[in-house]
Design a protein around this ligand. Sequence first.
Ligand code: NDP
Ligand SMILES: O=C(O)C1=N[C@H](C(=O)O)C[C@H](O)C1
Length: 250
Amino acid sequence: MSERIRVGVFGSDGKVGQAIVDAVEAADDLEFTVGVDKGDNRSALVESGTQVVVDFTHPSVVMDNLEFLVGNGIHAVVGTTGFDDERLAQVRSWLEASPGTGVLIAPNFAIGAVLSMRFAAAAARFYDSVEVIELHHPHKADAPSGTAYRTARMIAEARAEAGSKPMPDATSEELDGARGADVDGVRVHSVRVAGLVAHQEVLLGTQGETLTIRHDSIDRTSFAPGVLLGVREIGSRPGLTVGLDDLLDL
Ligand SMILES: NC(=O)C1=CN([C@@H]2O[C@H](COP(=O)(O)OP(=O)(O)OC[C@H]3O[C@@H](n4cnc5c(N)ncnc54)[C@H](OP(=O)(O)O)[C@@H]3O)[C@@H](O)[C@H]2O)C=CC1
Ligand SMILES: O=C(O)C1=N[C@H](C(=O)O)C[C@H](O)C1
């Protein structure tokens, strides 16, 4: 049997981090090394010979964690959100100085969420209107969600490629925020309600019909299979990979 991959977790006491530690410990081909949460000494990741670190922390600390990991030649699988083009460019420039290292950043590791983003992008050109509604637990720091941001950008790109017309919208008087955020011309609405985990609907409409594409994560274990796939693959994918799509051959 080949050697087990040595895996650490940033944010190991957090809601998703705990589910990932459990999943790594349950996998025969992986070995859990170190969990690092707020205030812990992260040098233990280097001293323990950790090969891959999974990060589920907070948008305000993830860049610092990534600079540390890439600087130490440790591969990273990142679920933490808050990545825009500027942040991605920064990660690419760190990776240029560490050419053997791989970083995977995915706004959603649930397989159904990845598929639903693809379905939405594929459907977008057939409809006059497309809006995104994301619904989450009220402890979430960022709005819109990373998933909704990426979904909206994929929809906008697909519509631009197809030469779609601007979406119809007669709104001329508006209370601030009533029409949601504008992400590349696609409206995104963020709902925060106790009891929810992570949910998203893409609403598409044209003459006489609507199509709703909905995904629900009803438990945080939904993110674990995608994360473990990333952990197993990232060592053979140097550089930056964004989204799980390539790893799923989509
Ligand atoms: N890509 C995906 O599939 C998914 C992404 N996410 C994203 O993952 C992130 C975390 O989500 P969630 O688990 O719900 O959040 P939690 O707040 O439950 O967990 C984050 C953990 O990270 C800790 N932390 C804060 N700063 C550091 C640091 N510098 N080093 C190590 N640990 C730190 C926090 O500690 P403390 O509480 O003391 O601050 C907390 O224990 C969010 O950005 C969320 O959007 C979530 C689900 C799925
Ligand atoms: O904070 C969360 O919970 C989630 N965050 C990710 C996002 O912002 O898209 C993924 C999922 O929606 C859960």
